[in-house]
Write a protein that binds this ligand. Structure first.
Ligand SMILES: [Cu+2]
Length: 142
């Protein structure tokens, strides 16, 4: 059956991709099933996750909303007028490429002050996945 073979092939591709992907990079859908929307507590959402370099944030939202990456000060002030980058394509994937804190707000008037704001702290990726079986004496010195 072609269908069965197709499924097996798809499964194999997933396995291969998982093996090749650097250090378990994760795509986090902001707000999970709620998406990027009004009435979601993004503080609590972010605290439930651990973000590392190599992971991505995926913002899914309706036309009512935007995503603006802003400075810490603008995050506090809910000001999107000096945004570092802003998006309105309703499905925005943002790669977390370096350690530090990044700030995102909705640019629609009143939404940020209503809670549509997200700060994520990105930690350095474990560049080499720890292999407990590795012998310390054999470790290459650089
Ligand atoms: Cu909004």
């Amino acid at each position: 059956m072609a269908g069965v073979h197709g499924l097996a092939a798809a499964g194999l591709v997933v396995l291969l991709l998982a093996a090749v992907a650097p250090a378990f990079a994760v795509d986090y859908t902001v707000g999970d099933t709620s998406g990027w929307s009004s009435g979601v507590d993004y503080d609590t959402w972010a605290k439930s996750k651990t973000f590392s370099v190599g992971d991505s944030l995926v913002f899914q939202y309706s036309m009512m909303h935007t995503v603006a990456e802003v400075s810490s000060a603008d995050y506090s002030a809910c000001s999107a007028s000096n945004s570092i980058q802003s998006y309105s394509d309703q499905n925005t994937k943002i790669a977390l490429t370096k350690p530090g804190t990044r700030y995102f707000i909705c640019g629609t008037s009143g939404h940020c002050s209503g809670g549509m704001k997200l700060a994520v702290t990105v930690s350095a990726a474990a560049a080499t996945t720890p292999t407990p079986a590795a012998s310390s004496s054999a470790r290459p010195v650089r």
